[in-house]
Design a protein around this ligand. Structure first.
Ligand code: NAD
Length: 463
């Protein structure tokens, strides 16, 4: 469908009018939309999994794990807690506010815009949508044009499960995105690159619209030498799946690179090679368990990173690719130059550089000399190192002995810091991201402290 500023303006006017009717504030309306989302996931599961296979080559177990399953869990959580979230909370008062009561009342913001990315096309669109409808907003969702089958399913089928007076799904790329950003919103929730994040923020400044920016970055994983072979094997498995088994590394919280002590690096490489073979077979391309690169442009970007003459020699495993099939083999690099683009830019693909440090503790300085990551992962049982990482580094999240776990925990805020963006969501944090927390105070007519009102006659200091 073609959109113009005029037609969009008309549509949005009617959605605003609907918000004004108060319908979306009703608890029953919010519940019905969450139920609609749940029915969409259950009844359309097969179409969703097929779309993810078509656009991204995700194996159906991976697709279920990361999208349908994770969203189902988030929906159950929202449905279970909706009443409590809507109720707000009582606020404690200082003694000075005699005979008063106060509460924090959440209210919907109004008409909100969600712009999402392609790598988890359902999760990154519907997880914020859960928060937006739970909080009682009307919503326009623009999924990414780069996963077109998923985007089309969201635009054509999802609306049949939802209240179309309040929720619109608009398909399109940057042009449509620009058109949307010219409109006035009560909140913009954006998932994508820092480049477009800046465009979103500057558009939002025109109307002083609040924004949440969920951006990317380079997430490091420290792997300590862990003495027991069981621990080592578990750590390696978790590292590999967080890099190669989640949209082939095209995930904002995928491990971007590994930091390891020089003395442990060759053992780690050996364990990783064996681990990759175990997970993806001798010929990963045939295994159908490694997702594909989203499009030719990204394939070429990754190919250029890998074939950079300064980087090529650091390949210790993998490196094969198939342009026609947009396939890149799980690839390990050992010590590529730190000033090469692969160590400067977010990789967003199945290529894992391992960087050696003298002592694992040196990783702290390494991390702190770069922009704050969206996530830091630390595979270590060293409690002193745990404490140091907690207090001496800054990141959107910090996970010990696992990776990506933080994304599925509804009680944890998900979001970035520094150049990875700001704002947070998931669980109650999503509800809060789309609510205004109104301060409400109630006072009795009974009494006041004498010094509240002039005339003041006491003048102790003779001023
Ligand atoms: P992108 O910024 O190119 O696109 C994101 C969305 O913005 C898409 O829907 C796109 O159509 C739209 N868009 C593009 N140009 C626009 C413009 N000029 N005006 C308005 N809208 C515009 O990013 P991408 O390629 O979809 O995603 C990759 C990046 O997103 C990576 O950096 C990744 O780390 C990050 N990301 C972050 C998270 C997170 O949760 N923090 C999740 C997924 C991806």
């Amino acid at each position: 469908m073609e959109y113009s500023a005029e037609s969009l303006g008309r549509d949005l006017k009617s959605v605003r009018k609907y918000f004004g009717s108060g319908k979306t504030k009703e608890e029953s309306w919010r519940e019905s939309q969450l139920k609609g989302l749940q029915n969409f996931l259950v009844e359309r599961e097969e179409e969703i999994l097929r779309a993810l296979k078509k656009d991204l080559g995700k194996h159906y177990v991976e697709a279920f794990r990361d999208e349908v399953g994770t969203l189902g869990k988030a929906l159950n959580f929202a449905k279970k807690h909706l009443k409590k979230w809507m109720a707000g909370e009582e606020a404690k008062l200082p003694k000075i506010a005699l005979l008063s009561s106060a509460e924090i009342v959440p209210e919907p913001l109004g008409l909100v815009l969600i712009i999402s990315s392609w790598n988890f096309p359902f999760g990154l669109s519907l997880e914020p949508l859960i928060g937006a409808v739970a909080a009682g907003n009307t919503v326009v969702l623009k999924p990414s044009e780069m996963s077109p089958t998923c985007s089309s399913l969201l635009a054509t089928v999802l609306p049949t499960y939802l209240d179309n007076n309040a929720i619109k799904v608009i398909e399109g790329g940057p042009e449509v995105g620009k058109l949307l950003l010219e409109q006035q919103w009560d909140k913009i929730f954006f998932t994508g690159s820092a480049r477009v994040g800046r465009i979103v923020m500057s558009a939002a400044s025109v109307h002083l619209t609040p924004v949440t920016l969920e951006l990317g970055g380079k997430c490091p994983a420290l792997v300590d030498s862990l003495t027991s072979s069981w621990d080592r094997e578990v750590a390696v498995k978790r590292v590999l799946v967080a890099k190669f088994g989640a949209c082939a590394g095209q995930a904002c919280i995928a491990i971007d690179y590994v930091l390891v002590e020089k003395s442990f690096s060759s053992t780690l490489v050996t364990l990783m090679k064996a681990g990759i073979k175990k997970m993806f077979g001798e010929n990963p391309k045939e295994s159908n368990t490694v997702a594909r690169i989203v499009n030719h442009k990204h394939f070429m970007r990754l190919k250029n990173l890998l074939t950079d003459p300064r980087v090529k020699d650091s390949v210790v495993y993998g490196g094969s690719m198939n342009e026609k099939d947009l396939f890149i083999e799980p690839t390990i690099l050992l010590n590529p130059p730190l000033d090469s683009p692969i160590m400067a830019d977010e990789i967003f693909g199945p290529v894992l550089p391992i960087i050696t440090v003298e002592k694992i503790e040196d990783s702290i300085e390494f991390i702190n000399s770069r922009p704050k990551p969206l996530a830091i992962y630390a595979f270590t049982k060293n409690k002193t190192l745990h404490k140091r990482l907690l207090s001496e580094t800054s990141s959107g999240s910090l996970v010990f002995n696992d990776a990506i776990l933080q994304y599925v925990v509804d009680t944890l805020p998900f979001g970035g810091v520094g150049e990875c963006g700001f704002g947070k969501y998931h669980g109650k944090f999503s509800f809060d991201a789309f609510s205004h927390h109104k301060a409400v105070a109630r006072r009795s007519y009974f009494t006041d402290f004498w010094y509240r009102f002039p005339p003041w006659t006491l003048n102790k200091l003779q001023l």
